[in-house]
Design a protein around this ligand. Structure first.
Ligand code: AMP
Length: 219
């Protein structure tokens, strides 16, 4: 397959991260998640991490310059040569324009944009119930996929309490949805003209949604 540049659009909680991981497994391409990169910077206690902590916890968007800097650096890594998936980026028109400029310099082009559509009520249910193991980070959902034995991690056996992302608390989820509807949703208009945009239904089990994603990519 020729090197691909796939953008996953959709609200927080649409399953972009999950589907990106499935695409990595299927196509052997790189996964670039600006949310993951920012969380890693925070966990490492870098200057950048400290700078963005409050904004991320509030559910707002960090600055375009900063995210574009992360993506520019990440695309210098050799694992992106075979193709890559952008997950959670771009989120603003300025980021989309910045991405176009970066790709021009690299002589690359966006090959497909998949917009995973999920209603706000579903997003709220998915995100507010999301938890992870306090020790190994294994993902859970209080309602849809709790640990098999209450209080014990299926993966590592830890009895550490499950943890919730600060921005998955109800009022923060609402703020993230506002940012999505007011800013990020405009990207569908930005990408409409190029004929690369495919909208898919993000409701249903993970495998069904993945089949739709692959169909949107392979046609
Ligand atoms: P995510 O894991 O993609 O939901 O991102 C978590 C948080 O990181 C977001 O709510 C934003 O605060 C920040 N973030 C991630 N990606 C971007 C981006 N492309 N532009 C601005 N802020 C971002």
């Amino acid at each position: 397959m020729a090197p691909v540049v796939i953008i996953l659009l959709g609200p927080p909680g649409a399953g972009k991260g999950t589907q990106a991981k499935n695409l990595v497994d299927k196509y052997g391409i790189a996964h670039i998640s600006t949310g993951d990169a920012l969380r890693a910077a925070r966990a490492a206690g870098t200057e950048l991490g400290k700078q963005v902590a409050a904004i991320m916890d509030s559910g707002g968007l960090v600055s375009d310059e900063l995210v574009l800097g992360i993506v520019r650096e990440r695309l210098k890594q050799p694992d992106t040569a075979k193709g890559f998936i952008l997950d959670g980026f771009p989120r603003t028109i300025a980021q989309a324009e910045g991405l176009d400029a970066i790709l021009r310099q690299l002589d690359r082009k966006v090959t497909r944009i998949v917009d995973i559509q999920v209603a706000d009520a579903v997003v709220r249910g998915r995100l507010t119930g999301r938890r992870s193991c306090g020790k190994c980070g294994a993902p859970y959902h209080l309602e849809f996929s709790p640990p098999k034995v209450d209080g014990v991690c299926d993966k590592c056996g830890s009895t550490a309490a499950l943890v919730q992302r600060a921005d998955d608390m109800a009022e923060k989820v609402d703020a993230r949805l506002v940012a999505y509807h007011q800013v990020t949703e405009l990207l569908a208009g930005y990408y409409k003209q190029g004929g690369l945009l495919a909208a898919i239904d993000g409701i249903g089990n993970m495998d069904d949604v993945f089949a739709r994603v692959v169909k949107a990519i392979e046609g």
